[in-house]
Design a protein around this ligand. Structure first.
Ligand SMILES: Cc1ncc(COP(=O)(O)O)c(C=O)c1O
Length: 273
């Protein structure tokens, strides 16, 4: 297995990042997860745009996107697999032990793992912790993800694959690694970016391709929505059949099933929409 580090491919067994890397010591970094089908990345341009946005939000130097593209291609070529998750990580690099950043420049790692297609439907739970829609990191895809680790563990304890957060004012926000959509009176709605959710790439494509509306929604909309679905890079569009104690009848319901179909068709027809 080969990964990209320090400007070239390296064996995963011998590749080394400093133990003082600011990504490790304080979570000072950003990342992207990109789906790769038969060695070809999906929506890479959108992922690279978001990577630049996240880097700027953290005050990291703009990533060299030509290098990131070369790195992705090299890692994909070196590790052929039918369905992969490309993981691009870009951190503050070697730094002091506190929150000040060092001066040696950022670390870029591109790695690849195999994955399998997700089931068409899944269970989710809501969690009592909030997303902060006004934080310094809001909307950035940073490596400070431990809140998501805790919330996802809670979901697993309840036999679910995702945990959904409200924001600090009780509005529906997002999952640990996904965006959420609900169907109300036959129409699709998803929380606006102002709710504090990540600008998911699958979310944006689903909004464009299905005409879903961006609407402020209270968390308890999950108790009455006709249908609920998640979007993310590795879930695509995935129906929700259970929220907490509530079984959602017929998941995927008709609106979700149509959204799944449209997503499959459009994403199959254009690898970099
Ligand atoms: C917190 C969070 N929200 C939403 C998403 C979904 O975004 P995308 O569709 O770009 O994968 C992710 C990414 O996986 C995420 O980490």
């Amino acid at each position: 297995m080969k990964i990209w580090l320090d400007g070239g491919l390296q064996d995963i067994e011998s590749a080394r990042v400093s133990v003082f890397d600011h990504g490790l010591t304080v979570g000072d970094g950003i990342f992207e997860t990109v789906k790769a089908v038969d060695g070809r990345p999906f929506a890479l341009t959108r992922h690279l745009d978001r990577m630049t946005t996240s880097a700027r939000g953290l005050g990291l130097p703009d990533p060299d996107l030509d290098e990131v593209r070369r790195a992705c291609a090299a890692v994909l070529d070196a590790n052929p697999m039918p369905l992969g998750r490309l993981r691009i990580t870009y951190t503050g690099g070697h730094g002091p032990l506190g929150s000040d950043r060092g001066e040696q420049g950022p670390t870029l790692v591109v790695a690849l793992g195999g994955t399998t297609r997700r089931p068409d439907s899944t269970a989710v739970v809501t969690v009592p912790w909030t997303r902060n829609e006004r934080g310094a990191l809001t909307g950035l895809k940073t490596t400070s993800y431990a809140e998501n680790v805790v919330a996802l563990a809670r979901a697993r304890e309840h036999g679910a694959s995702e945990a959904l957060f409200a924001n600090t004012v009780g509005q529906l926000c997002e999952g640990t690694g996904s965006n959420v959509f609900v169907v109300l009176d036959g129409e699709i709605h998803t929380p606006p970016l102002a709710s504090g959710c990540l600008a998911g790439i699958t979310r944006a494509l689903a909004v464009e391709w299905t005409g879903a509306k961006e609407t402020d929604l209270p968390l308890d909309v999950l108790e009455r929505a006709e249908e609920i679905f998640l979007t993310s890079t590795l879930r695509d569009v995935q129906a929700v059949h259970r929220v907490d104690e509530r079984e959602v009848t017929a998941a995927p319901g008709p609106v979700t099933a149509k959204a799944m179909r449209i997503f499959d068709e459009r994403s199959g027809a254009d690898l970099d929409p």
